[in-house]
Design a protein around this ligand. Sequence first.
Ligand code: GLV
Ligand code: GLV
Length: 326
Amino acid sequence: MSKPSVYVTRLIPQENIDALRERFDVEVNAEDRALSPAELIEKVRGRSAVVSLLTDNITGEVLDAAGPQCRIFANYAVGYNNFDLAAATQRNVILTNTPGVLDDATATHTFTLLLAVARRIAEADKFVRAGEWKGWAPMFFVGLDVDGRTLGIAGLGRIGKNVARKARGFNMRIIYNDARRDTAFEAESGAKFVDKETLVREADFLTLHVPLTPETRHYIGATELKNMKATAVLINASRGPVVDEKALVVALREKWIFGAGLDVFENEPALEPGLTELDNVIVVPHVASATPATRVEMGKIVVTNINKVLSGLPPDTCVNPEVLRR
Ligand code: GLV
Ligand code: GLV
């Protein structure tokens, strides 16, 4: 009997590919670029499982092209807004993600951006490289205090909680908003639940960890940016469309807020015109989970899920569990 066929839409760590090859006939996108929608449709045909990325839109059309023998699309990401959940559930296709293993990396990256914006690291680095540094000065590159300031967390999932735990090392006051209140975590961390308006108004640093859904699209828009402190910093390592990027460019240019640190963008890799002309924003290319160990651990979840599903077992991290109850 031939081995089930698995397609991987872009190169992931070799050890994960090797693990898949132990049991499956594996094809990996040979080019190091995202597939176009038409290429994706061509490539998934006849597969038993597909490893997808957050840049692959898994629509009903893609699922139909894969065919009814295809049991699982395993996302190599924790976020899964690239999946059409309803279309997959309707077709009995299992969708999975990679939660948990990237919380430390993503929360650390969040702090990296937060500290870098607060202390104007990118701007200062550019200044020194340009040969403009003429010597020490007291009023030079004065940034923001972080220790003891208020950290606002929007979305208290695994990553939001990890950020809160790290913030305790900076003795920060933690406020959060989420669809659900978590009193056990409040007791553990001292975090205080507040409504969204209070979160936006009181945060010295506002960091976003909500998933992208119709409800969280433009969670931060012009109104919220106007309500933030003029000394506040916005950090986004969730999904770009959670922030109205056009409004953010205006807010940064007109100094409604002190600055922003962005790992994700509304139409990435395209950037809102004007964004990179501003000194009070740090932009990095969606790399929050980009550490060697994290990337391998994400792959292990993908491999385990595919192994289980193609053996007739439920996967560990299903995002449309309705299909498992049938
Ligand atoms: C990255 O953005 C992820 O969702 O894992
Ligand atoms: C998802 O992003 C989470 O917080 O687990």
